[in-house]
Ligand binder design. Structure first.
Ligand code: G3H
Ligand code: 13P
Ligand code: ZN
Ligand code: NA
Length: 280
């Protein structure tokens, strides 16, 4: 069934686990997430990035919503990485349950103004708002260690940001990155996560971690113990799709089915790792 993002995150907080938000691009992706959620008896978030929306348009969002409504477990539909105000204004009309207002590329003052301008509108439509503070790097950004760490979420700024914007959840930067981690592995600042957790608990805001692909199991578990309630997963699911296309299938339906199965396996494993399996 289609559930509110608020209910999913509230239950995750109460139960001490996290919800997976999986980026989807087409019907196979949607099917993979929903069938994994049903098999695992897990809640889930279907997440649409602006680039996916540009390709799939309103029908992609409608498919997400229809799939959520028909699912036997709670599913919500989320708009990921809204870096453009005009795109976000359009997204607000498409029926998402929650949106990410991503002003993380802006200086603090501008990020506050940007996030605030959308969050009041989104809230008036009953949507939850996620925002990001700090700046998530990609592995290929080529930054020095100092430049990299300067992008981490600042606790004092986060307090001001939450008070000023009224957001529901905060995506933090503690060494997590989109895509692959360097060969040396992820280096997450758990001391910083702990401080951010104390702050967000006080403010009643959920903690979100982007870049969950490539995070070893122990680090994911530690993040959950320190309060992360939503993990964004894209690369691992997408790669399993791309790999499945290399198999010598001849029939289109078989190509689609094996792509769905490949993604479903990755999604199911994440649900078990996040602790959301069996919670629906
Ligand atoms: O508090 C919830 C946030 O606004 C994000 O929503 O994590 O359910 O996608 P979501
Ligand atoms: P990964 O591609 O590293 O899983 O990150 C996904 C993400 O943060 C989507 O918003
Ligand atoms: Zn992200
Ligand atoms: Na990642």
């Amino acid at each position: 069934s289609r559930s509110s993002a608020k209910e999913l995150l509230y239950n995750a907080e109460k139960g001490g686990y996290a919800i997976g938000a999986f980026n989807v691009y087409n019907l196979e992706g949607i099917d993979a997430v929903v069938s994994a959620a049903e098999a695992e008896r897990s809640p889930a978030i279907l997440q649409v990035h602006p680039s996916a929306l540009k390709q799939g348009g309103v029908p992609l969002v409608s498919c997400c919503i229809a799939a959520a409504e028909h699912a036997s477990v709670p599913i919500t539909v989320h708009y990921d990485h809204g870096t453009s105000k005009s795109d976000l204004l359009q997204a607000l009309e498409m029926g998402f349950d929650s949106v990410m207002v991503d002003g993380s590329h802006l200086p603090l003052g501008k990020n506050i103004l940007y996030t605030k301008s959308i969050s009041s509108l989104a809230h008036s439509k009953g949507m939850l708002v996620e925002a990001e503070l700090g700046r998530l790097s990609g592995t290929e950004d080529g930054l020095t260690v100092e430049e990299y760490e300067a992008r981490f979420t600042d606790v004092a700024q986060a307090g001001e940001f939450i008070d000023e914007t009224g957001i529901d959840s905060l995506a933090v930067c503690i060494g997590n990155v989109h895509g692959k981690y360097p060969p040396s592995g992820p280096n997450l600042r758990f001391d910083l996560l702990e401080e951010l957790r104390a702050l967000t608990t006080k403010k009643g805001v959920s903690l979100v971690l982007h870049g969950a692909s490539g995070l070893p199991r122990e680090l994911v578990k530690e993040c959950i113990a320190l309060g992360v309630r939503k993990f964004n997963v894209n690369t691992e699911v997408r790669n399993s799709y791309m790999e499945s296309l290399k198999r010598p299938e001849k029939d289109l339906i078989h190509v689609m089915a094996s792509a769905t199965e490949a993604m479903k396996a990755v999604v199911s494993e994440k649900m078990r790792l996040f602790g959301s399996s069996g919670k629906a």
